[in-house]
Design a protein around this ligand. Structure first.
Ligand code: CP
Ligand code: NVA
Length: 304
């Protein structure tokens, strides 16, 4: 519906609102660690539609909604009419008439857009082939908690120009940082997205050059969900694109590295970095919980 707010990409919130969200997420984290969660959404229901697998997204949304005082409902296309061809538009009208907020993880980004256009309640993108905005909120919260503002900093993306890379392009715009993307030819993010963000985002093929002086280095799997058949070919194409101690030695002395997980040790990231005692990767994963609680709170309040 026209006046319902959604979170399908980072561009659905203003830069100021995004800053408020990550501050709110850090406050909710403190409250949760002190076991003083507010539980202000008693009786509210989150519908969670998962057309792809998930550990972090499912656990964080379900735990998060419970901590807000509400209930989360897991809906799989395998056992709903979504998997038997009921139109997205009809499903959106019906599901949104019964729940207060919806999260969708699916393939085409157009599916979440269509659902949102026919939903009377807020819709959150829990990952599509094109974007993963919830992960970016957690990443931005993590950087902020460990290093302060990311404004004006240099971020290096190493690997596939996938949904995470594209979300980093939106983040470069909304959080105002320089983004260098090191990817092999043929694995670039969308050319339209690159063209629209030419002022802050560049393709720097060589990971070593791209990592020079960076404040944050980020990577992700070489074959995303839905690309399992390409795993072998991609492993060959991405040889030399591993984030490891040698690459990090080129970055700024206090640089952080992140990975949305799940990770493949020895492929896109070394086991040494994954298992380092000072990595922020586990904090990054935990922050999914807090960042999404902040998003759900903001959208539920906006839709009252
Ligand atoms: N990072 C992330 O979204 O993890 P899951 O696929 O486990 O949800
Ligand atoms: N790019 C990965 C992210 C997983 C959280 C995928 O889409 O599978």
């Amino acid at each position: 519906m026209a006046d319902t707010r959604h979170f399908l990409t980072l561009l659905d919130f203003t830069p100021g609102e995004l800053q408020q969200l990550i501050q709110r997420a850090s406050k909710m984290k403190q409250d949760h660690h002190a076991r003083t969660d507010e539980r202000r959404f008693t009786g509210h229901v989150l519908g969670m539609i998962f057309a792809k697998s998930s550990t972090r997204t499912r656990v964080s949304f379900e735990a998060g909604m419970t901590q807000l005082g509400g209930h989360a409902m897991f809906l799989s296309p395998d056992d709903t009419q979504l998997g038997r061809g009921e139109p997205i538009e009809d499903s959106a009208r019906v599901i949104s008439s019964m729940v207060d907020i919806v999260m969708i993880r699916t393939f085409g980004h157009d599916i979440v857009e269509t659902f949102a256009a026919h939903s009377s309640v807020p819709v959150i993108n829990g990952l599509t082939d094109d974007y993963h905005p919830c992960q970016l909120l957690a990443d931005m919260q993590t950087f902020h908690e460990h290093r302060g503002s990311i404004n004006g900093k240099v971020v290096t993306w190493v690997g596939d120009g996938n949904n995470m890379a594209q979300s980093y392009i939106n983040a470069a715009r909304q959080f105002d940082f320089e983004l260098r993307i090191a990817c092999p030819p043929g694995f670039e993010p969308s050319s339209e997205l690159l063209a629209a963000n030419r002022d802050r985002v560049s393709i720097v093929r060589d990971p070593k050059t791209a990592a020079e002086g960076a404040h944050l280095v980020v990577t992700d799997v070489w074959a995303s969900m839905g690309q399992e058949a390409e795993q072998k070919a991609r492993a060959a194409a991405f040889a030399g694109y591993q984030v490891n101690a040698e690459l990090m030695s080129r970055a700024a002395p206090d640089a952080l590295y992140m990975h949305c997980l799940p990770a493949h040790r020895g492929e896109e990231i070394s086991a040494e970095l994954m298992d380092a005692s000072d990595t922020v990767i586990w904090d990054e994963a935990e922050n999914r919980l807090h960042a999404q609680k902040a998003v759900m709170e903001a959208l539920l309040l906006a839709n009252r």
